[in-house]
Ligand binder design. Structure first.
Ligand code: SF4
Length: 367
């Protein structure tokens, strides 16, 4: 048997309109997708496609690319065509690139109502072009570039201000009978961000793209995103997520997937159940857990592996996992599917676990 991961969700997912973003369904009960954004110059087609391939291999579902110049806009056609996952063009300041992205066949276009000049006047044209091409639009409001009118009205980027900006922009599209919309209201403070998304989810049925913007370097950004997304996902809010880190984008994707797995919203891949170690530990748990994690990375099956330092909780956790080790007296008892299959010296624990994991993966039908 496989380890049983069928846990009841924390809350029913909020019902949202469904969008088709280049073949990936978003909202309306579709799985929550993980997004990231390339850091290459989009005009460097080879480097951008290479990074998209790495992101795809890491489990990214949808990728966004910046489009600040005409050269970037010109590159979109090939990138959209050759990318393995849907490509969203990220447009600021210049409405003309919205049309270029739609023409290039991008899966969606992100616009920021706060910083596209004369955007409001051109919504009609954008809505028509997007509708004709079947291209969804993400209205991406960001605290750092909030519409000046709202900044004046509210004094700062409050949850209400972020939501009002997004819904105002959505209403302009609605006037042109365009509703293939996804919304984000990002803020760097998880508390403001959570309040904004809660408010937004009460006021519209559009799918929501979650993000803590400018969340910081990897450690801080991971914690901020996990705390904020966790709170919202536990309430059924969120249809796509993007973890923003000052770190390579593959790290964002790993964190995003791990958050979804932790919240029971995505089938768990490799899960290491390892103890924090304590004064009772009879092996070096940190090294063991790190080596096992590194040795099993990329194994394409859901596996729960327990790495435990002593006999207090060791046998119990090891028995419950697909695979595990309970250590004691310089030896490790290796468990597979609840049974002790052998006892090995400490020096052989890692290789034995990896060997048994590969056998389990083969038995589960992995290549
Ligand atoms: Fe300490 Fe043993 Fe628990 Fe690990 S399993 S934290 S070593 S008591």
């Amino acid at each position: 048997k496989r380890h049983d991961h069928d846990i009841e969700p924390l809350a029913p997912r909020r019902q949202t309109r469904q969008l088709n973003v280049g073949g990936v369904l978003v909202g309306g009960g579709a799985p929550i997708s993980v997004q990231s954004m390339t850091t290459t110059r989009t005009s460097d087609i080879g480097a951008t496609l290479q990074q998209i391939a790495e992101l795809t291999a890491t489990g990214c579902n949808i990728v966004r690319v910046a489009c600040p110049t005409q050269d970037d806009a010109d590159a979109l056609k090939i990138i959209a065509k050759q990318s393995q996952i849907p490509v969203i063009a990220d447009i600021h300041f210049q409405p003309k690139y919205v049309f270029a992205a739609i023409d290039a066949g991008c899966a969606a276009v992100r616009v920021n109502p706060g910083n596209i000049k004369q955007f409001d006047d051109r919504v009609g044209e954008i809505a028509k072009a997007a509708k004709d091409a079947g291209t969804p639009i993400r209205i991406g409001v960001n605290a750092g570039s909030l519409d000046k009118r709202l900044l004046q009205k509210y004094g700062k980027a409050t949850p209400e201000a972020l939501v009002e900006s997004a819904l105002w922009e959505a209403s302009l599209f609605e006037e042109h009978d365009f509703r293939d919309i996804k919304i984000s209201v990002k803020h760097n403070d998880p508390v403001v961000m959570i309040k904004a998304y809660r408010l937004l989810s009460q006021q519209c049925e559009y799918p929501l793209h979650l993000g803590v913007t400018e969340a910081g370097p990897a450690f801080q950004g991971t914690i901020k995103s996990a705390a904020a997304f966790g709170a919202l996902l536990a309430e059924g809010i969120g249809d796509t997520i993007r973890v923003s880190l000052s770190a390579p984008p593959v790290e964002e994707v790993k964190v995003g997937n791990q958050i979804l797995e932790s919240m029971g919203l995505k089938e768990r891949g490799l899960e290491i159940v390892s103890c924090p170690s304590c004064g009772r530990a009879q092996v070096d748990v940190y090294t063991l857990a790190e080596q096992v994690t590194a040795g099993l990375e990329g194994l394409p099956v859901p596996l729960r592996v327990a790495v435990m330092g002593c006999v207090v909780n060791g046998p119990g956790e090891a028995r419950e996992a697909d695979l595990g080790v309970a250590s004691g007296n310089g030896k490790g008892q290796i468990f597979v599917k609840g049974e002790v299959i052998r006892t090995v010296p400490e020096s052989q624990i890692v290789e034995t676990l990896i060997e048994e994991a590969v056998k389990l993966a083969e038995a589960m039908g992995a290549d």
